[in-house]
Ligand binder design. Structure first.
Ligand code: FES
Ligand SMILES: [Fe+2]
Length: 447
């Protein structure tokens, strides 16, 4: 029997701190797009309907009939695995009089068939109409039911790295073309094998783009998260990758602007504690980061399910923050992803849903992590995000998210103010500018 050739490993391109930044212009970006309903509507028809959106994990629907219901803006969608094991996506709507077919909110479920709770129309798990009660009372069906015009309304779906993506308007770039070059950057991590450890949704009092912008730059570390200066370098290397982008922050070391470069501050000591590192009294903050790299390199042939050997030293210590246009950001480390997805509110541009989705790479025989997805409304936002998570999120990471979330209500109010003359962006915020340029290209008809 022929042996399978060793799969070619695509290594993550190294970051190049010396690469010149492209010129994306320097004009102000007005606040209108954050609060105007007209912008919100145009965004829906010209952008959201035409891009590939990330929905759920393939593993959320392991067996035929398993479903996942997902909301984006005003729409609800249902994904279902068919008898042929293919995952299909449909609008969650009955073609009789518009009731929703799946009524229990978002997340996983199972059906033998889709049966509408209003009058009982029924479709199979491939979305084909199967039954209309009292069909003889429809004069328009006297010559037979035109089942092909009454199927569930499909949406395009495709899968990358175990994630199910969908697009409302068919045609245009394939999923891989749309995501390019992110798949080639992320192949090394083998994300298809990873599991979601926790998933919670927070209703935040801001436009989805204000939330997205807040995670697309590190310029705000020093003012909003001053404690981070002890354990991460806010002077990130920024790279634009087509419509997507990445920034890389050194972690496990002090920001060069932090006054004490001689010994690890208390927050960096907590960071070391998270990794079970016993501090050597002689270590500077720089040594801590190098020690993290050294420790992982030392076990790369022992802990073989983690592909350390295919990673650059920087990938072992630093956070590679990837933003997938339009609404997903991943803080990628060598073992886990703290992921964010920003979803527009169905009707109000001043609100959004912030999905916190944490993934990890476990040994192949480890039990699957258990979590329950919940939506936390804006009047019930916790003081500590740790209080609503199922997993034990490290307190120093939780504190950062709390600071980001608590800030955004005021940002939204300011962006909507008549006194605001538009965003003035520096090079550290170049990814914010790229995001808004690409969005404007969609909304204003250039893309
Ligand atoms: S609305 Fe679904 S069967 Fe009538
Ligand atoms: Fe932040």
């Amino acid at each position: 029997m022929a042996t399978k050739p060793e799969e070619a490993v695509r290594h993550t391109p190294p970051v190049d701190a010396a690469a010149p930044l492209p010129d994306l212009g320097s004009e102000r970006i007005s606040g209108e797009r954050f609060h105007s309903r007209e912008w919100m509507d145009l965004e829906w028809t010209r952008m959201w309907r035409r891009v590939w959106n990330m929905a759920c994990r393939e593993s959320d629907l392991p067996e035929p009939g398993d479903t996942f219901t997902y909301t984006l803006g005003k729409e609800s969608f249902v994904f279902v695995r068919g008898h042929d094991r293919r995952i299909r996506g449909f609008y969650n709507v009955c073609q009789h009089r518009g009731n929703q077919l799946m009524l229990n909110g978002e997340g996983c479920g199972h059906v033998e068939s889709f049966q509408c709770g209003y009058h009982g129309w029924q479709w199979n798990i491939e979305g084909v109409l199967q039954h209309i009660p009292d069909v003889e009372t429809y004069p328009q069906f006297q010559d037979g039911v035109p089942a092909h015009t009454l199927g569930m309304e499909p949406i395009e779906t495709d899968i990358w790295a175990g994630w199910v993506f969908f697009r409302m308007e068919p045609g245009g770039e394939s999923l891989l073309e749309f995501l390019d070059p992110l798949p080639s950057h992320l192949d090394t991590y083998q994300i298809g094998k990873w599991d979601i450890v926790d998933y919670k949704t927070f209703e935040w009092p801001c436009n989805w783009k204000a939330a997205c912008d807040a995670f697309n730059e590190s310029y705000h570390f020093q003012a909003l998260h001053p404690q981070m200066m002890q354990w991460s370098n806010g002077m990130a290397i920024v790279e634009l990758l087509g419509i997507h982008s990445r920034m890389v922050n050194e972690y496990g070391t002090a920001d060069p602007r932090y006054p004490d470069q001689e010994k690890p501050g208390p927050e960096l000591q907590v960071y070391m504690g998270m990794r079970g590192m016993v501090p050597d009294p002689g270590w500077t903050p720089k040594d801590v980061r190098l020690e993290i790299q050294r420790q992982k390199r030392a076990v790369q042939d022992v802990v073989t399910y983690l592909p350390y050997r295919n990673m650059h030293d920087e990938q072992l210590s630093d956070v590679y923050h990837y933003t997938f246009f339009p609404n997903v950001s991943w803080n990628v480390t060598s073992e886990s992803i703290t992921g964010f997805r920003y979803r527009p509110h169905p009707t109000d541009p001043n609100l959004c849903y912030y999905d916190l989705i944490i993934m990890a790479h476990y040994p192949p025989d480890a039990p699957k992590p258990e979590y329950t997805h919940r939506v936390i409304p804006k009047d019930k936002l916790p003081r500590s995000y740790r209080d609503v998570l199922d997993m034990d999120l490290n307190p120093i990471i939780s504190k950062v998210l709390e600071q980001d979330g608590a800030n955004l209500g005021a940002v939204q109010q300011g962006l909507s103010s008549d006194g605001f003359r538009g965003m003035v962006l520096c090079d550290q915020e170049l990814r914010v500018r790229l995001f808004h340029n690409v969005l404007a290209d969609y909304v204003e008809g250039r893309r």
